[in-house]
Design a protein around this ligand. Structure first.
Ligand SMILES: Nc1ncnc2c1ncn2[C@@H]1O[C@H](COP(=O)(O)OP(=O)(O)OP(=O)(O)O)[C@@H](O)[C@H]1O
Length: 599
């Protein structure tokens, strides 16, 4: 997570890219356009009312508040009612504007979250390899949520623009020359906004970068807590954490200081300057003609209307920037084309017998470094083909191509004589059962973890699958049996128990092909014997591709392939390979010696 977040915050997004992000997000919010338009229309009415109020009061002051005569009661009450109505309408339109904008923003947000989640499920393993799960959770949840700030900023921006236009119109109706004079402040406003934005965005990015580093340190120390404790690294981690925490504090402190010194004082100074200009202008004017107090009141109020929304906008710069970066990252997912391998158009093939043929298959994860080279073998229906070889030799990669987690570059993979791409993904997933070294258990209960959302599977089928693989004994001993609670990841179960549940999950779907990725690697020898017994039963009448480090577990395989750097360097049955006195022989002898030593 750290590196990816860091890279986003450590350099600014180019302006062209920022405009692209803003434009794309606006286009994506199209389904909620009518609500945004309503918000804008109501905002315009609010701005008009806001411009009308000082005009009405100024009129009243200029025309009726003479020291020489009393204001007629009817006039006084009429103006009071008029101002009250304007203020009430202002309050109503203000609330409606905020409501429509916020609701439209929330809808756009909900829509975006769904888009991102859906997109994630179309992406291939390559994407997930490069993106840690923690970062993805941040993308789907926090980044989409930060987009609210994006919409809030736009709301404030349009509000400020309308207030400004309204104020200038109001001033224009009173004194055109003074209004033109007030235009002088516009370039000052724009320059100060730009200066503040540049300065604050640099500080904000630095602060976010330090926050990412802090989050990464916390995540690292929590996930690696066992290794940290084992190697007495607590002090080192504490020191590193304090250092980053201090840097984060300093970065925040700088931001707070900059805001305190720049934000309000800058706006106050501009407002002060503009007010002096108004007083000076009307002071000069009063030498030649009468200037009413109402005019001065209206102009100073309009200046307030121009300047007060500016502070909110500037205050929202940092959250807006956060929203922009979030938008950039979210669009990065939505535009990602690392899709899961696709099947042929109208692929409708099925797996009936389970014959697997690899013909001259070449595969690379990144398109440049070859991982599987000219891989060729056949697994006849019901056969077991075992893949052995040292770590990194390409065993899991073979399975990855067969499961269609990754696309291979050349060669052919045939199942029952059909190109694997011509079999529908649904049939492929249904007829191939994958058992992993460290099976994942989902939050729910045991029965749910065996059924895996397949409503057609009955409770009896679950029980007989569990009995078939020998999982029934431990399940029945649990307090709630098949309804015993499972935490996400299955932390309250042993590796062997989780493996047995995953066997039951696989067997209940009755696959034609079984793929075992070192299914017994994490299990002690005693449990392994039980598991091997279950596996033997599972393999009957099923084609099996098995990865095995412990060669004793695949002695009965019909074909053993010894892989080295993605190439098959030896092939044959256990006896044939031993007779060759080659790599397999050496490996087997080595393991035999280790086993004896262990005894
Ligand atoms: N997702 C991936 N992206 C890029 N390269 C990968 C990926 N997975 C594996 N590799 C590389 O492919 C090569 C073969 O890895 P593979 O996992 O197939 O080996 P293996 O024989 O299954 O090893 P082990 O017994 O350790 O599981 C290795 O060099 C590995 O670094």
């Amino acid at each position: 997570m750290s590196e990816q977040n860091k890279s986003v915050w450590s350099k600014s997004i180019p302006v062209k890219e920022q405009i692209h992000v803003i434009w794309t997000l606006i286009k994506m919010a199209k389904p909620f356009r009518s609500m945004f338009v309503w918000a804008l229309a109501i905002g315009a009415v609010f701005a008009l009312l806001q411009a009308a109020a000082p005009r009405v009061i100024s009129y009243y002051m200029s025309n009726y508040l003479h020291q020489t005569s009393n204001v007629p009661f009817k006039i006084m009450i009429s103006f009071a009612i008029l101002v009250a109505v304007i203020r009430i309408l202002q309050a109503i339109t203000d609330a409606l504007n905020a409501y429509y904008f916020t609701v439209a923003g929330e809808y756009a947000l909900e829509d975006m979250r769904i888009r991102v989640f859906k997109k994630l499920h179309t992406l291939g393993m390559k994407f997930f390899d490069e993106m840690p799960a923690g970062s993805l959770v941040t993308r789907v949840n926090n980044d989409t949520a930060s987009l609210t700030d994006f919409w809030r900023f736009f709301m404030q921006l349009t509000f400020a623009a309308m207030s400004m236009i309204g104020a200038y119109i109001g001033m224009w109706t009173i004194n055109m020359r003074a209004t033109l004079l007030m235009m002088i402040v516009v370039p000052f406003i724009i320059t100060s906004i730009m200066v503040y934005q540049r300065f604050s965005s640099r500080l904000f990015r630095h602060m976010r970068e330090r926050l990412s580093a802090l989050n990464a340190k916390i995540a690292e120390s929590v996930t690696g807590i066992d290794v940290i404790q084992e190697f007495y690294q607590e002090e080192r981690f504490k020191k590193e954490f304090s250092k980053i925490n201090g840097e984060y504090f300093n970065a925040r402190f700088k931001m707070i200081k900059a805001d305190a010194l720049l934000l309000e004082p800058m706006i106050d100074m501009l407002l002060g300057g503009a007010t002096v200009l108004v007083l000076w202008y009307f002071g000069e004017l009063s030498i030649q003609t009468i200037v009413s107090a109402g005019t001065i009141y209206a102009f100073t109020t309009y200046l307030n209307n121009i300047f007060s929304p500016l502070e909110s906008i500037m205050n929202l710069f940092s959250p807006f920037q956060e929203g922009l970066v979030s938008g950039y990252r979210v669009l990065g997912i939505l535009n990602n084309d690392a899709y899961a391998p696709k099947q042929s158009l109208n692929a409708a093939g099925d797996i009936i017998n389970g014959k697997i043929e690899f013909k001259h298959v070449n595969f690379s994860y990144d398109g440049t470094h070859p991982i599987l080279k000219d891989l060729t073998f056949t697994a006849n229906p019901g056969d077991t083909v075992a893949l052995v070889g040292h770590t990194g030799s390409g065993k899991s990669s073979t399975i990855n191509t067969l499961m269609r987690f990754y696309d291979f570059q050349s060669g052919e993979i045939l199942i029952d004589g059909q190109d694997i791409r011509d079999i529908s993904m649904n049939n492929l997933r249904k007829k191939m059962g994958l058992v992993l070294q460290d099976p994942f258990m989902f939050y729910g209960d045991i029965a749910f973890n065996i059924r895996m959302y397949n409503k057609q599977i009955t409770d009896d089928q679950i029980k007989s699958a569990a009995a078939f693989v020998g999982a029934d004994k431990f399940i029945e001993k649990l307090d709630d049996g098949y309804h015993a609670k499972v935490q996400e990841g299955g932390s309250s179960f042993s590796a062997g128990e989780k493996q047995l549940v995953s066997f039951a999950r696989t067997i209940v779907a009755d696959p034609k092909i079984l793929i075992l990725d070192e299914a017994t690697a994490n299990i002690d020898t005693e449990t392994e014997a039980k598991i091997q017994h279950s596996l033997l039963k599972m393999r009957q009448n099923r084609t099996t591709i098995a990865i095995a480090h412990r060669l004793s577990t695949i002695k009965d395989a019909n074909l053993i392939l010894v892989l080295d750097e993605g190439e098959v360097v030896e092939r044959g049955t256990h006896d044939e390979l031993l007779a060759m006195h080659g790599r397999y022989y050496d490996l087997y002898r080595l393991q035999g010696v280790q086993n004896e030593a262990a005894v």
